[in-house]
Ligand binder design. Structure first.
Ligand SMILES: Nc1ncnc2c1ncn2[C@@H]1O[C@H](COP(=O)(O)OP(=O)(O)OP(=O)(O)O)[C@@H](O)[C@H]1O
Length: 256
């Protein structure tokens, strides 16, 4: 069974933003369908305004589509009852671009990483420390980093903390919404290779949302190019350079 199946998703924004000035009436996404298999990364590549965040929010269960369905392991995200929703929430985690606003600046790294564990599992204080130590190791941080606060870490280190929190409950899918866009190239590569490693070792799947061809090419197995709210091209990553749609070419030209 596929891990996630999105079928014929439509979402139109009817309100047009503050005083109708900022947002385009009728913008959104149109007739989006795709599948994500276990241990697979689907990259969603698109320019600004293409509909990437709209799509990501729908896949996270945060934005109800006007029509179409999103099924995770056969359960419809938007038809599920409360018990099923709690179970699904555990299986789909997210890492956002802005690593600083994703965490409470007053909390320690240990507190941040163990938050989902406290919500879903009853661990003793010793078990919690052991688990956080293990997660820090997995994302390439040191055990004593758990005592630090977000402002004592670099952006790259803090994004690793966000990744550790996202994998704490061993989800099946992580939505990565521009996860490395705010980091320098060297750190970007380190983090993407780390995510690649987790995919191989833990069989994790990703929906990687980005405007950056190079970032996507390091992690994705397949890419879908989004333009004007529609998927205009879908190819295996090995075929990326042969993409011919004008939106794909613009993204490729910007990167190469
Ligand atoms: N709440 C909203 N109300 C009205 N229109 C919206 C709303 N959110 C997004 N849109 C519009 O829907 C389209 C897709 O927006 P979305 O934020 O999904 O694109 P994006 O690819 O994530 O862009 P970016 O990379 O700039 O964040 C855009 O035309 C945007 O203006």
């Amino acid at each position: 069974m596929s891990l996630l199946v999105a079928e014929h998703i439509f979402k139109t924004y009817r309100s047009s933003g503050l005083f109708g000035l900022n947002k385009k009436e009728g913008a959104g996404i149109r007739d989006i369908s795709f599948r994500i298999e276990p241990a697979m990364c689907l990259g969603i590549l698109g320019e600004s305004g293409a509909g990437k965040s709209t799509l990501g929010n729908i896949m996270l269960g945060l934005l109800r589509p006007d029509s179409g369905s999103v099924k995770m392991l056969g359960t419809d995200l938007y038809q599920a009852d409360k018990k099923e929703r709690i179970k699904l929430r555990r299986e789909i985690q997210v890492v956002f671009q802005d690593c600083y606003s994703a965490v409470n600046p007053r909390f320690s790294v240990k507190h941040i990483i163990s938050e989902p564990l406290r919500n879903y599992e009853r661990l003793s204080p010793q078990e919690e420390i052991r688990k956080v130590t293990e997660l820090l190791e997995v994302v390439g941080l040191r055990p004593d980093d758990m005592l630090k606060k977000p402002h004592q870490l670099s952006g790259g280190q803090l994004q690793r903390v966000n990744i550790a929190r996202a994998i704490a409950l061993e989800p099946k899918l992580i939505v990565l919404d521009e996860p490395v866009s705010s980091l320098d190239m060297v750190v970007q590569k380190q983090i993407l290779l780390h995510l690649q490693d987790l995919k191989k070792k833990k069989g994790l799947s990703y929906l990687l949302i980005s405007h950056d061809v190079l970032a996507v090419s390091l992690l994705a197995d397949q890419i879908a190019v989004l333009d004007g709210g529609q998927i205009v091209e879908k190819v295996a990553i090995t075929e990326l350079l042969s993409c011919s749609h004008p939106a794909s070419r613009r993204l490729l030209d910007a990167a190469l």
